[in-house]
Write a protein that binds this ligand. Structure first.
Ligand code: IPE
Ligand code: IPE
Ligand code: MG
Length: 238
């Protein structure tokens, strides 16, 4: 299918998986896979925007990933640190609006500071809306949303009877970001691993055996071609 004929999903979410296996295949430490994976993530942002995707959400670190060896966790956090710092410098040029999803409170203070700064300086940009999930777990997000909403019910902002899906959704980390249209997971795993349970309810799911460090624009286009073949009924009849 020619690129111009393709219907482009508005919101694409990616579980970037397979960094460790990519490194293992090359007899490299797992951390080498993460370094290559982070380069690919940067490139995919550019490719996604050039293809016309408006929202891109990537899973960078889950609430369960703290269970990994300390050295690996440290490398992942260092890469995120570097990403935030570099993005602050590049923010005018790439014009992205960056937002971090997840519970920031468990992150190191300097990383939180960089994230806050990056979110602030990019909020009025007009390019790709790029969400990075860090210390993100879908179940955790829902519990935090319930707690915040409860506070607002107690202080009288809302009556419990008025709470509906739209109001509840606004308390999630994604706030008013539209639902995911296409979810991509690399490395052949057929699960969602606690990623965006609310936001993925009607997403089309695309799984590929390609390991994340080997993912590229062509693979992204393949996922979009798959998306174009799906018949999205949203529970209705067509
Ligand atoms: C994804 O690659 C990156 C993160 C989870 C942070 P993995 O590190 O999970 O790679 P595999 O699944 O072990 O190959
Ligand atoms: C999901 O990948 C988390 C991220 C990509 C950040 P994992 O590799 O942690 O997921 P499982 O353990 O295979 O389910
Ligand atoms: Mg994995």
């Amino acid at each position: 299918m020619a690129e111009t004929e393709l219907k482009i999903p508005k919101h694409v979410a990616i579980i970037m998986d397979g960094n460790g296996r990519w490194a293992k295949k090359r007899l490299l430490p797992r951390t080498a896979g993460h370094i290559q994976g982070s380069k690919v993530a940067e490139q995919i942002c550019e490719d996604a925007y050039n293809l016309g995707i408006e929202y891109l959400t990537i899973y960078a670190f889950s609430t369960e990933n703290w269970a990994r060896p300390q050295k690996e966790v440290d490398t992942l956090m260092d890469l995120l640190r570097k990403y935030m710092k570099d993005s602050i410098e590049r923010s005018t040029k790439n014009n992205m609006v960056v937002k971090v999803l997840g519970d920031k409170s468990r992150l190191a203070p300097d990383l939180i500071e960089s994230i806050d700064k990056l979110e602030k300086i990019t909020e009025n940009n007009t390019g790709l809306k790029f969400n990075v999930a860090i210390n993100y777990g879908g179940r955790d997000e829902i519990v935090r949303a319930v707690k915040k909403l409860y506070g607002d019910i107690e202080n009288g902002t809302y009556c419990i009877e008025d709470v509906n899906e739209e109001i509840f959704e606004s308390y999630l980390d994604t706030g008013n970001v539209p639902a995911v249209d296409l979810m991509i997971r690399t490395s052949g795993e057929l699960r969602t691993s606690n990623f965006l349970p609310w936001q993925l309810t009607y997403a089309e799911l695309y799984f590929t055996d390609v390991l994340w460090p080997d993912f590229n624009k062509k693979e992204l286009q393949k996922a979009i071609e798959y998306y174009n073949k799906r018949d999205r009924r949203f529970g209705g009849v067509k």
